[in-house]
Design a protein around this ligand. Structure first.
Ligand SMILES: Cc1cc2nc3c(=O)[nH]c(=O)nc-3n(C[C@H](O)[C@H](O)[C@H](O)COP(=O)(O)OP(=O)(O)OC[C@H]3O[C@@H](n4cnc5c(N)ncnc54)[C@H](O)[C@@H]3O)c2cc1C
Length: 378
């Protein structure tokens, strides 16, 4: 039986970024995924890295996790790019937040006051010229009264998730991590004398042993925990997406309106997202949602009318009961860890989650107290 230091179940952004930190610290790591690596929620994501508190006055450790992840991002991307020679397309574009009705403008003003109180850099858009400087193609929408006003958040950044996943996969392989695809975990094997430890996993490709294990299986994480009597709850939340093929520079920043957004890619693609739907494990697209996203995109940027829809897809975000991710060791099994429940922020929170969880798994004290993320709290 093949034995490694750590087995991670799930090769999404959460599992692969943990593997990368553990392998960088010298561990032998194996990552198992029943499908293709990175093809769960992670590649489906937009890759928005939201603005965070920059004044050091975070309310709690979840806020601190966000700020630390935001700060870690550029260096983390450099490391992955250096190890893989693949560019994950990190861009400090900033994000525009606009309102297309008077009601939406009232809500946006309330949100902006809260962002300011939370220590975010928030710049009001005061005139059509200011808007046109930031995003020239929004000028016509503003002039015909479709846009009522907005704010610019310079700290909002972007990454391209499918490229980040490819880069992370390659960087892991270069560090000797064994990423096994098409391998389904069927049974956990517990120690005979020590019921409080896991010794191996029986899978569709044989048995794999390790000193420690981590469930990083996204929306499917609770299913894996159930066999072990673990009761943590993770629900799938479907998000649908539309990708337009356009020319580079059509839009410059992330454009957010209510729950929807437009995201520019370096090569000119524009992504329109997204929905948040409670439909179980159904990952299909619906005509209604795709139609709504296309209308949203074309109402803001009429030029997208000339662009073809290249692709649509859906992914399942892993949501925890209280909105806070589960990151830490299980009480029931001394060598079993969980890292999941990142909901709409898994791509954003990956570097900080991996950094602090790897510290715990390596026997060190995490630099951020993980108490708030305790997976045993349900
Ligand atoms: C439409 C959409 C837009 C999003 N936009 C953003 C964004 O802009 N910014 C952001 O930060 N986040 C965003 N997210 C959220 C982000 O994608 C998720 O939080 C993140 O991808 C979760 O990563 P994960 O590794 O936990 O899960 P996943 O990527 O789903 O990976 C879990 C893996 O576990 C595997 N697995 C499951 N069960 C088993 C098993 N029994 N055996 C073996 N393998 C198993 C799966 O095959 C899968 O590959 C978005 C999500 C969606 C759907």
């Amino acid at each position: 039986m093949k034995h490694v230091d750590t087995i991670i179940v799930g090769a999404g952004i959460v599992g692969l970024s943990l593997a990368y930190e553990l392998a960088s610290a010298g561990q032998k790591v194996r990552v198992l995924d029943r499908h293709q690596a990175g093809k769960g929620a992670s590649s489906a994501a937009a890759g928005i890295l939201p603005a965070v508190c920059r004044t050091g006055a975070e309310h709690d450790d979840f806020e601190r996790l966000r700020t630390l992840s935001w700060k870690m991002y550029p260096e983390w991307i450099d490391r992955i790019r250096g190890d893989s020679s693949i560019d994950p397309e990190y861009q400090a574009t900033g994000g525009l937040h606009i309102a297309t009705s008077r009601g939406e403008m009232v809500s946006l003003k309330v949100a902006a006051s809260q962002w300011q109180a939370d220590g975010l850099d928030v710049q009001p858009i005061r005139s059509v010229d200011e808007l046109a400087t930031r995003e020239p193609l929004l000028q016509s929408s503003f002039e015909r009264g479709h846009i009522h006003g907005g704010y610019f958040l310079p700290d909002e950044c972007l990454v391209r998730p499918p490229m980040l996943l490819r880069a992370l996969l390659e960087a892991n392989r270069k560090k000797g991590v064994a990423v096994e695809e098409g391998v389904e975990v069927q049974e956990w094997v517990r120690g005979v004398d020590d019921g409080g430890r896991i010794v191996s996993l029986r899978t569709s490709a044989g048995e794999f042993a390790a000193d420690q294990f981590c469930i990083a299986s996204g929306a499917w994480s609770s299913q894996l925990g159930q066999e072990l009597g673990l009761r943590f709850e993770i629900e799938p939340w479907r998000g649908q997406m539309v990708l337009f093929k356009s020319q580079p520079g059509l839009i410059r920043s992330v454009i957010n309106e209510g729950p929807n957004y437009l995201v520019p890619r370096v090569d000119g693609h524009v992504l329109a997202g997204s929905t948040v739907e409670e439909v179980g494990f159904d990952q299909s697209n619906t005509e209604a949602a795709i139609g709504q996203l296309i209308r949203f995109a074309e109402s803001l940027i009429p030029e997208l009318n000339q662009s073809s829809v290249q692709k649509t897809w859906a992914g399942l975000r892993p949501g925890s009961g209280d909105g806070v991710p589960l990151i830490g060791r299980t009480n029931a099994y001394g060598n079993l860890y969980i890292s999941t429940g990142h909901f709409r922020s898994g791509v954003f929170l990956a570097p900080a989650t991996a950094t602090f969880l790897s510290q715990l798994m390596l026997g060190d004290s995490p630099e951020l107290d993980l108490g708030m993320f305790d997976p045993n709290r349900n």
